[in-house]
Design a protein around this ligand. Structure first.
Ligand SMILES: N[C@@H](CCC[C@H](N)C(=O)O)C(=O)O
Length: 261
């Protein structure tokens, strides 16, 4: 099976471009295994869209073989792959996802995605390694809980964690963030680390950064604005306007290969 590898701020994906490959949870987990497979936080399979508003469907899988509605870093990498294979005309492309059609806009090494609005679902709580955290539940099509802490670097994200299973019956992506006051305006910069549903700790999560941006603005009593979110793998920029949430960041294709199954 031929594949391409790519990443967005260190959140890495195996890209498959053969619709005849029968993907199963087991195969995805094998491909994503960093020792016995190719390695990745997830798989992006390129499929034709069945709807009228986009030509391509991003079939996203987490590294454990589970599906998600949306992946913000993945869709930029997917857009970069479509561009690299000559499937983009002009400077934007519409991409179908399980959360509906999103548009990617190309701007040099950055790709800007219209992610749709962040939906605030109220407050909730989580535990990590026996400590309690409270946060804001936010949907970006997929579920997030954003908890503010004083120092993200001190957290052990490999510790056991739990969350409100009634509010998040299908699991949750758990973001921890702190205002980066050293950089200036407290509502404008956040440092973030994440435990992703279905992938564990990753170097970045695009939908998670959108949720962090929305939470930072809400905490400051703002409805619109821009928040820079620094993740272990780089920087994402979140802009929330009256109608939508924009996610901007890099997307890089790193290598191609062939794997024998
Ligand atoms: N890394 C992604 C999010 C991938 C899906 C997530 N793990 C979930 O299950 O919802 C991103 O960049 O948004």
């Amino acid at each position: 099976m031929r594949f391409v590898k790519g990443h967005g701020t260190g959140n890495d994906f195996v890209i498959l471009d053969d619709p005849s490959v029968e993907l199963t949870a087991d195969l995805v987990a094998r491909l994503c295994d960093r020792r016995f497979g190719i390695g990745g936080d997830g798989v992006l399979r390129v499929l034709p869209s069945t709807g009228p508003a986009a030509s391509w469907f991003m079939d996203y899988w987490n590294s454990d073989g589970s599906l998600s509605e949306m992946c913000g870093n993945g869709i930029r990498v997917f857009a970069r792959y479509l561009e690299s294979t000559g499937r983009v005309e002009g400077d934007s492309v519409a991409i179908d996802t399980r959360d509906g059609v999103k548009t990617a806009h190309f701007d040099g090494d950055q790709i800007r995605i219209d992610m749709g609005p962040a939906r605030h679902l109220g407050h909730s709580a989580a535990t990590l390694g026996g400590a309690d955290y409270t946060g804001r539940a936010i949907s970006m099509g997929n579920p997030h809980l954003v908890c503010s802490v004083t120092d993200v670097a001190k957290l052990d994200l490999s510790a056991p964690f739990d969350y409100d299973r009634a509010l998040f019956p299908h699991g949750v992506n758990l973001e921890f963030c702190q205002p980066d006051v050293a950089l200036g305006e407290p509502s404008a910069y956040r440092r973030m680390r994440v435990i992703e549903r279905g992938s564990g700790e990753t170097l970045s999560c695009g939908t998670g950064a959108c949720a962090v941006g929305a939470a930072a603005l809400a905490e400051a009593g703002l409805h619109t604005g821009t928040v820079k979110v620094d993740v272990p793998g780089g920087r994402l920029t979140i802009t929330i306007d009256e109608s939508t949430c924009w996610l901007t960041g890099p997307a890089v294709l790193t290598f191609t290969g062939e794997i024998t199954l």
